[in-house]
Design a protein around this ligand. Sequence first.
Ligand code: ADP
Ligand code: MG
Length: 393
Amino acid sequence: MPKATVKDLNVTGKHVIVRVDFNVPHKDGVITDDNRIRAALPTINYLTENGAKVLLMSHLGKIKKEEDKIKNDMGIVAARLQELQSAPVTFVKETRGEALEKAVAEQTEGSIVLMQNTRFEPGETKNDPELSKYWASLGDMFVLDAFGTAHRAHASTVGVSELLPNAAGFLIEKELEVLGQAINDPKRPLIAILGGAKVSSKIGVIENLLKIADKVLIGGGMSYTFAYANGGEVGNSLLEKDQVDLAKKFMEEGKGKLILPVDSVIANDFDNPTEIKVVDTGAIPEGFEGVDIGPKTVELFKKELEGAKTVVWNGPMGVFEKAEFANGTIEICKALAGLEGATTIIGGGDSASAAKNLGYADQFSHISTGGGASLEFMEGKELPGIAAIQDVK
Ligand code: ADP
Ligand code: MG
């Protein structure tokens, strides 16, 4: 059954708690990328335009010691949020207490209160019932729009949600629509491209996509564990020996479906490469490591992608952060950009930054805002934050 969205709630005059993902990158008090704030605006604007009294909650960074609180003060986000939209924003420096309660009580219709970083409360990540109850007491209803945190059962994502009438925001609605369609009812052929650093972090995704995709193309650091499992030499490449049996199992189960690289760009040194060359898969000499898929693999993958109607991509093909090793990832971006009438989806934090940094972001149908969350979604797991949202009646 579809989940309730913010349009299913009667929000006028109501106190609406919205869990957003304002976990923006920032340095020395300056926000370096405000995409996540912008991505939350459709939901925020809908609520203020419809006369809601909006209370925004989000985490920002990791809070392990007291100094982290100074660095991750939500005040910098409040200032940017005010610049980006016209409803008045009141920032409350606390996560509970009189100042917060007063600010909320005094709200007029169409105004916004942004509360301090939820992770200033130790009970947040523990989904503490007392904290959830307290935060829920500040609102009449709850909207979850933080897709990037929807895979975590925290007080502000699940605890509060379970205590109030709730709904998904527009950002989550879009993610569920696009990712849900790709995984549950894809236009075929559905091709999955999986890469990145480690097999171990992608086991669930490989497993699930081998079941549902028509082809699964494997690149990136994880491909060397497969090459090794096939009896190849991988030199100093990234290798997870404890995943070799699993790689064998995937190759056995995925016969005809799982497509592995046939060649590899290798370098003698990751940081200061003086020798870079291309060799066949499984023929990497000692002293060299695989850093990208090779040109024959690029051609092979392009051929496999021809005619694809849905592509989900998680994990770069090489160490794209270095220009010398970015070619495979760039070529995949280009191939996907050239697919006619296909839905192309990026899930995975580093793959998303690869597409952005290499200049291909606007060529994709959808770049998921959730790194870990989109990964878990593609594993076929139900995300706790989404599970807590009521179905449409
Ligand atoms: P995502 O965040 O998209 O899920 P991952 O976190 O799994 O992707 O992996 C991204 C990282 O994998 C990148 O930092 C990239 O440099 C690294 N990587 C890709 N190919 C290799 C390789 N051949 N050797 C080592 N690291 C690699
Ligand atoms: Mg990553």
